[in-house]
Design a protein around this ligand. Structure first.
Ligand SMILES: *Cc1c(COP(=O)(O)O)cnc(C)c1O
Length: 233
């Protein structure tokens, strides 16, 4: 079981290592996105009380259930969508999330653009920042634009949206650094600064390859109780 003290110790350990790594690499600190998917509001409040404000969720429905109430008390929270976005949830997502990391296909891009055009004064659109998710391993079952289509898709997204950068989950069972470097190269070619890469098991390598946004769940909260994880995505 994860206790409050564990969360505090985990985060202070991460931040100490992160600051030391950034100092050694002469680079600025990344945005630490605390991935709060499957976590109850009480656990999230522990992190909020420590001063962290960037949070990641992977499901629109779950985030809608948890965050509007928390946001009333912490209005400066920055909410990141890091999971696959169904086109029919795009409207709700644009109303809830500040940053969407998972723009990954033309149908979703077109839907987001249409919704933004329908709301020119941004009264119901909260999202100000987007990332294109890239499938670096070309794993058919994985989300993300495949590499052969990536250049054209990134260019289209850049023309249509305020695009900050690229996001990826490295291929399983391979060392992650080559994938991180490939994502950084792709971003550089498109003059994009943001690199959302690095999770609990590989964030230090991601930092060394230029990550600007780390997405950390297990390293903060401990292992998630599998009983509560719904495998159907
Ligand atoms: C769950 C998740 C994370 C966090 O993973 P950990 O290994 O628990 O840090 C990061 N990114 C995405 C897209 C996720 O779904």
């Amino acid at each position: 079981m994860t206790t409050h003290q564990n969360i505090k110790d985990n985060l202070s350990g991460i931040m100490t290592r992160c600051e030391a790594r950034c100092h050694a690499l002469s680079r600025p600190l990344p945005v630490v996105v605390v991935v709060s998917k499957t976590q109850p509001p009480e656990a999230i409040e522990e992190v909020l009380a420590l001063g962290f404000r960037h949070f990641g969720e992977n499901r629109v429905q779950e985030a809608l259930g948890k965050w509007p109430a928390l946001r009333q008390r912490y209005p400066d929270v920055v909410l990141h969508l890091i999971g696959n976005l169904q086109t029919n949830k795009a409207k709700e997502a644009l109303g809830l999330f500040d940053v969407i990391h998972t723009v990954d296909r033309p149908s979703l891009l077109e839907k987001i653009v249409r919704l933004r055009e329908a709301d020119p004064t941004n009264t119901s659109t909260r999202t100000k920042e987007f990332f294109v998710e890239v499938n670096l391993g070309d794993e058919a079952q994985k989300a993300g634009v495949a590499l052969p289509q990536a250049d054209a898709f990134i260019t289209a997204a850049q023309q249509a949206l305020p695009l900050s950068g690229l996001m990826a989950i490295p291929p399983r069972d391979q060392p992650p650094a080559p994938a991180f470097r490939a994502l950084a190269d792709l971003a550089r070619r498109h003059h994009l600064h943001g690199l959302s890469m690095g999770m609990s098991g590989d964030w230090e390598e991601a930092l060394a390859c230029g990550a600007t946004h780390l997405r950390l769940g297990t390293a903060v909260f401990g292992q998630v109780d599998r009983v509560h994880v719904d495998p159907v995505q």
